[in-house]
Design a protein around this ligand. Structure first.
Ligand SMILES: Cc1cc2nc3c(=O)[nH]c(=O)nc-3n(C[C@H](O)[C@H](O)[C@H](O)COP(=O)(O)O)c2cc1C
Length: 383
């Protein structure tokens, strides 16, 4: 479907206004607060916005106007637009037990802020990461920004309500779930026994299915750099084969995607691609954040996203795409890492990625970041 001239003009006006308002007014105001305070404020706003029935249709209209029509199919999923909000924004509150999380749901609390409003505003969203059991995440300051390089850094530490209660919460609201969404699952940090890892993933999937929730894709997060444990083991060939194989058995016709970190050697990426192709993984999300010293304590690692990740994420995507092309694998690459404008989007598109994920762009370009990026990437197509 092509857009009419009046629609294109209206979109251009909306995006121009958004760009000017966010960069000129809102971002300077937001950046007067620490990244941590701004993050917490945003979560409070999302929790409020989810409950505002009057606001949701308006938000939906903004999305319809802001995005060009450019449906793509990637990893077995058809998306309205080739940009997906990455895991970690709509992941929910942290709890120390399932009982506490269930109590919160029973008391009427929205335990997954943004679940309703964000998909309406930005289109495709990957919910999670959810782990089998609830996690409080790390205490204290866990989010930073580096404005000069348009980067973020975090050690949220997989804070989430746990797969069972996330499923209960979303299951009770499934009539309001978006038409297209993914769910990101991670093995609990510190669980090293492969049988236990597999059990966690299979049980987590079962919770969602029991609640009648059928996501368009499941991403297994085989890389979580911010938990203080050694997550690298999930990215080994044997570990990946085992956990992904079990997930595939449980998934039926739902496509399985896998998310990798940026710190492996090229031969590991190549070997993992061979396994993914062999067992039927449909897409690889490259990459998660890059572990670096946290701004507050050089002895503590925190994951860098945005500008400082971009070059490495593109290198990883290139290694994966190279192997895909040489071997003729059908596994798609979903670029992730520092996509913040048309040029950074094209860095992944040139490698054959038909879709990208983004997170840090929400900080630097605002809530309509995806529409801005899509518009800029489109105008570069023509240049
Ligand atoms: C605050 C924060 C929390 C995140 N939490 C998760 C998570 O729970 N699971 C996950 O797979 N990725 C998580 N990520 C990583 C993002 O999904 C993404 O891979 C990374 O930020 C790189 O994309 P970007 O450069 O566009 O930010 C998180 C990122 C941020 C900034």
């Amino acid at each position: 479907m092509t857009d009419s001239v009046s629609r294109k003009l209206a979109r251009a006006a909306l995006l121009h206004t958004n760009r000017a308002l966010y960069a000129g007014l809102l971002r300077p105001l937001i950046f007067r607060q620490s990244a941590q305070d701004a993050h917490e404020r945003m979560i409070r706003w999302l929790r409020w916005a989810d409950s505002q029935a009057w606001l949701l249709p308006f938000v939906g209209m903004v999305r319809t106007l802001a995005f060009r029509s450019e449906a793509v199919t990637v990893g077995g999923v058809t998306l309205e637009a080739p940009l997906i909000l990455a895991a970690g924004l709509v992941k929910g509150d942290g709890f120390d037990s399932e009982a506490a999380a269930l109590d919160a749901v029973s008391s009427g609390r929205n335990i997954i802020p943004g679940w309703r409003v964000l998909p309406r505003l930005v289109g495709a969203v990957e919910f999670g990461s959810f782990t089998r059991w609830p996690r409080l995440g790390n205490p204290g300051t866990v989010v930073w920004r580096d404005v000069d390089t348009h980067s973020s850094q975090n050690r949220v530490g997989l804070r989430n309500p746990g797969a069972r209660v996330a499923a209960v919460f979303l299951g009770a609201r499934k009539d309001h779930l978006p038409p297209v969404f993914g769910i990101n699952l991670a093995v609990s940090p510190g669980v090293d026994d492969p049988a236990e890892q597999t059990r966690e993933i299979v049980e987590s999937l079962a919770f969602f299915f029991e609640q009648g929730i059928k996501p368009d894709w499941i991403t297994l997060n085989l890389s979580c750099p911010n938990t203080g444990d050694d997550p690298g083991s999930h990215q080994t060939i044997d570990g990946a084969r085992l956990v992904c194989g079990a997930a595939l058995d449980a998934l039926g016709d739902i496509p399985l995607w896998v998310k990798l970190g940026p710190t492996l050697a090229d031969e590991q990426y190549r070997a993992l691609m061979a396994v993914f192709a062999e067992i039927g993984v449909r897409a690889v999300v490259a990459t998660n954040t890059l572990p670096m010293s946290s701004p507050d304590d050089p002895g503590v690692q925190a994951g860098v996203g945005g500008g400082r990740l971009h070059t490495r994420a593109v290198e990883v995507a290139a290694a994966l795409a190279g192997e895909k092309n040489v071997q003729n694998y059908t596994v798609d690459i979903v670029g992730c890492g520092g996509v913040q404008d048309g040029a950074t989007y094209q860095d992944f598109a040139r490698l054959g990625a038909r879709a990208v994920q983004y997170w840090t762009a929400m900080i630097y370009r605002g809530p309509l970041a995806a529409a801005l990026i899509a518009g800029e990437a489109g105008s570069q197509d023509k240049s």
